[in-house]
Design a protein around this ligand. Structure first.
Ligand code: EPS
Length: 374
């Protein structure tokens, strides 16, 4: 299962220390403008080695478009993208090749396959997320051109520090993009930098929570039973390495909200449907409501630590594991563009499916607007 999506199918391939990583996107409609430069911004937001707060592996992450684009536009044939790995340091992994890092996929890959590439985490490495972001660039561009949809995210929490005192439904995106953490409150950034410096020196790691908002999603995207929009978002987001939880809208807070609070009251504002709140996260019955689609994603603390820990090796012998690779003290810090990409890919797939089934049916809000206008 290295492929997901239905009308838009994404396959990623490659290992962290192999010659290259890549993806194939099948099902993108023709005519979308696409050039290698379009990938630079989002890949740079995700990349290692751009600030002192992430892994210091330096990869250019330059995308080669191998197919599916002619004279700067997609042709409707599979889009193949490739990035060559240039800064792998495989000797860092020699000592732990037969050992299991607690909390890492080392053990489960070995238990399942018996034979694995341990260098840089192999296929279980965060390096794999590069191609999700590359594919997401295409989805974001199509969503913007097709429906004016914007998918953006921010970091809502690092460890026990929560972002507070800002509009979580509509953050100031220039603040989010203006610091190395995608943090929505500018005044907090100096303290976060100090905390991350101290954490890095300690050798330990923390988790984080990312929030993603997709604005201008029209009503009607999603499937009512199997293939619900929220179910597919949750599956796609849970497929990102290190993700341990996904919430849609109010998420687990819905447990304590009375129904009278949780329901998002609707009214007709001069022919347009408006909702007083968005506890549903823009999805009801598996189908988008026309409000912003909102989700939150929990990342566990990085499992590769230079702090020694007792474990076992592939022969079952007790060992002390020390990891010497170039690791992130908090993988969640550069996860915002990864989560945005997964949301965009799911939305584009659902948009294509909606168009395939209902493309010749007028949008409900237009009919309502016409019916209620004086
Ligand atoms: C990773 C381990 C490190 C990170 C890597 C993810 O690999 P290495 O030890 O080879 O530097 O640098 O992240 C990336 C290379 C990337 O592009 O995200 C891991 O175990 O997940």
């Amino acid at each position: 299962m290295n492929t997901f999506g239905q009308l838009l199918r994404i396959t990623t391939f490659g290992e962290s220390h192999g010659p290259a990583i890549g993806c194939v996107l099948d099902g993108c409609p023709p005519g979308l403008a696409l050039a290698p430069e379009d990938f630079v911004h989002d890949l740079g937001r995700r990349a290692t080695g751009r600030t002192r707060h992430t892994s210091q592996r330096h990869e250019a992450d330059a995308v080669e478009i191998l197919s599916g684009v002619y004279e700067g536009r997609t042709t409707g044939t599979p889009i193949a993208l490739l990035i060559r790995n240039t800064d792998a340091r495989s000797k860092d992994y020699a000592a732990i090749a037969q050992q299991f890092r607690p909390g890492h996929a080392d053990y489960t890959y070995w238990a399942k396959y018996g034979h694995r590439d341990p260098r840089g985490g192999g296929r279980a490495s965060a390096r794999e997320t590069t191609m999700r972001v590359a594919a997401g660039v295409v989805a974001k561009a199509w969503l913007r051109a097709h429906a004016g949809v914007e998918v953006r995210g921010f970091l809502a929490q690092i460890g026990s520090t929560r972002a507070e005192g800002f509009d979580a439904h509509s953050p100031d995106w220039s603040v989010v993009e203006g610091n190395p953490f995608f943090w929505p409150v500018a005044d907090d950034v100096p303290a976060l930098e100090s905390a991350m410096d101290a954490l890095r020196k300690s050798g330990d790691s923390v988790g984080a929570r990312v929030s993603v908002i997709a604005d201008a999603v029209p009503a009607g995207w999603g499937e009512p039973v199997y293939g619900k929009l929220d179910a597919e978002l949750a599956a796609a987001l849970m497929s990102i390495n290190a993700v341990k939880g996904v919430e849609i809208g109010a998420g687990f807070d819905a447990v304590t909200q009375p129904g009278s609070v949780h329901r998002d009251v609707m009214r007709n504002e001069r022919g347009r449907i408006e909702f007083a709140t968005n506890h549903a996260g823009g999805i009801v019955g598996g189908i988008s409501t026309g409000q912003s689609v909102r989700c939150s994603i929990a990342f566990k603390p990085t499992s590769s630590l230079r702090l020694p820990v007792e474990s076992i090796d592939t022969a079952g012998a007790a060992v002390e594991v020390v990891t010497t690779g170039r690791h992130d003290p908090c993988v969640g810090i550069r996860a915002t563009p990864i989560c945005e990409a997964m949301v965009a890919l799911v939305l584009m797939d659902q948009a294509l499916r909606h168009r395939a089934q209902c493309g010749d049916v007028a949008p409900v809000d237009v009919r309502l607007a016409d019916a209620r206008k004086p």
